[in-house]
Design a binder for this molecule. Structure first.
Ligand SMILES: [Zn+2]
Length: 59
């Protein structure tokens, strides 16, 4: 069961590049990824944190 509904995910975009956010939310996955910026935005206590300062670099 995804903690984020599909309609919410559809309106989400990267705060940096305004691109689409992707990423599996299956199991323990709690991040949404921007492939353009190569960063992951965390989901903390069910709340997506769309702050560039809190983004985790993927590499
Ligand atoms: Zn981005």
């Amino acid at each position: 069961m995804s903690p984020i509904a599909n309609w919410v995910r559809e309106i989400l975009c990267c705060p940096t590049c305004k691109g689409e956010l992707t990423g599996s939310l299956d199991g323990d996955e709690t991040e949404l990824v921007c492939a353009t910026c190569q960063v992951a935005y965390p989901v903390t206590d069910g709340i997506l944190v769309l702050l560039a300062a809190d983004a985790r670099p993927l590499k």
